[in-house]
Ligand binder design. Structure first.
Ligand SMILES: Cc1cc2nc3c(=O)[nH]c(=O)nc-3n(C[C@H](O)[C@H](O)[C@H](O)COP(=O)(O)O)c2cc1C
Ligand code: SF4
Length: 400
């Protein structure tokens, strides 16, 4: 398998498969959940929900069968860390799913793989086959009587919204990929209405590392509210774009130094649905309590036109909105039209403020995370680069 990106040393490269699983199987399922809770691991897919609590809810929920689902849809613009993890460390991901299965009492795992990653399916199938051969999947795993679990791979088809966990489950069930109302949550009513845990690729790999190295090791890294290391996809105007590991709490400035991007004008943290941080705030920390991210970091150099940045993101959301709810279906299109007015110098300051207010309404009123976060980039670009946006073309007569 070829990986061409730059990277620094990832903890994953120091973990030997099977050690985490063997350690987990020497404990009771409840004890495994306690270890994950004690580690303070939060989901790496973006929302940051505590993983141990998610597993506990699913373990406590009753159902005929329980499912472990790995979200490998990786559709957020600027995110490609899961691709590297699956390419180089698939064993750790499948092992994390197996540990999750033991913890919640599941027999069936599903890896929902981004359609564009079809090329790596044969590699992943081979890793699964080897794990079956080595009794790390299948019946009586590692000799643990009665612990039976296997994993199948299902392909996505390129819809960004299918990364949202309930849309993903709809898609897995063979339906159109549209988000469900929450509650009920997948831990109670997930795949075919059975208790299911949905976790990110990176989250499962960290669960394996935690079982191998211990909860104390994990929480000794990072900050009080954001424990552990984090894997980042770093792209844009820098010398060494790639996949990097930093502890949570790293400042944007530190990260830029590492990748040769110190002359940046702005950094988009969290992909298209994240926020755009200007150079004056590069001392801010990447952590759930300051600037959160699922891992996407896009660097913009001095020459970048921030209106085009905002336009690019809004075009993406207009295209990807599933259209189920009005704030997102219409709101994204209205903001995009406003950006086109700005391009022509036809947008007043007052209308720009109204567009930001619309964005805030979308954040509150949209049904799922797509519409709740799609205005983030636009609002932060208006806040931080208003002069650049307004000063680009002749204003109309009613400009205030
Ligand atoms: C529009 C949208 C797209 C998402 N895409 C992904 C994705 O590609 N991968 C992912 O792990 N989580 C994605 N999420 C978050 C998932 O809904 C869910 O929170 C996550 O898979 C839970 O795993 P974690 O707790 O390990 O982070 C997305 C959310 C939204 C709203
Ligand atoms: S917020 Fe957007 S993507 Fe989510 S349900 Fe509403 S229309 Fe669909």
């Amino acid at each position: 398998m070829i990986t061409t990106q730059n990277t620094n040393k990832l903890t994953y490269s120091t973990i030997t498969p099977k050690i985490g699983l063997t350690s987990a199987l020497s404990k009771t399922p409840t004890e495994v959940i306690d270890v994950i809770i004690a580690s303070q691991l939060k989901g790496r897919g973006g929302a940051g929900f505590p993983t141990g609590m998610k597993w506990k809810f699913a373990a406590d929920s009753s159902g005929d069968i329980k499912y472990v689902i790995c979200n490998a849809d990786e559709g957020e613009p600027g995110t490609f860390k899961d691709r590297l993890i699956l390419t180089d460390y698939a064993d750790l991901v499948f092992e994390g799913m197996t540990i999750g299965a033991y913890a919640i009492g599941s027999t069936h795992g599903l890896l929902y793989l981004r359609g564009e990653y079809t090329y790596m399916r044969s590699h992943l199938e081979k890793v699964l086959a080897d794990r079956r051969k080595n009794n790390l999947l299948g019946k009586d795993i590692c000799g643990k009587k009665g612990f039976n679990f296997d994993i199948e791979i299902r392909m996505g088809s390129g819809a960004y919204v299918c990364g949202e966990e309930t849309a993903l489950i709809e898609s897995l069930e063979g339906h159109r990929g549209e988000p469900r109302n929450r509650p009920p949550f997948p831990v109670d009513t997930g795949f075919f209405d059975q208790p299911s845990i949905v976790n990110n690729v990176e989250t499962f790999a960290w669960a394996t590392c935690i079982c191998a190295k211990g909860a104390d090791w994990f929480k000794s890294i990072g900050t009080d509210k954001s424990a552990g290391p984090k894997i980042f996809s770093i792209s844009g105007d820098c010398e060494k774009p790639g996949v990097y590991e930093f502890p949570f709490g790293v400042s944007i400035a530190q990260l830029l130094k590492e990748v040769g991007g110190t002359n940046a004008k702005a950094v988009q943290v969290g992909g298209a649905s994240g926020i755009c941080v200007p150079a004056s705030e590069f001392n801010r920390k990447i952590a759930f309590e300051d600037v959160p991210t699922g891992g996407s970091i896009i660097i913009f150099g001095q020459h970048r036109d921030m209106l085009q940045v905002a336009k690019n993101f809004m075009e993406f959301f207009v295209e990807e909105s599933c259209g189920q709810c009005t704030p997102c279906r219409d709101g994204n299109a209205v903001i995009l039209r406003g950006i086109e007015m700005l391009e022509r110098g036809e947008c007043t300051t007052k209308y720009l403020e109204e567009l930001c207010a619309l964005g805030e309404t979308m954040q509150l009123a949209s049904k799922c995370g797509l519409g709740q976060s799609s205005p983030n980039a636009f609002i932060s670009i208006v806040k931080n680069f208003k002069n650049e946006l307004m000063g680009r073309a002749p204003q109309c007569a009613c400009h205030e």
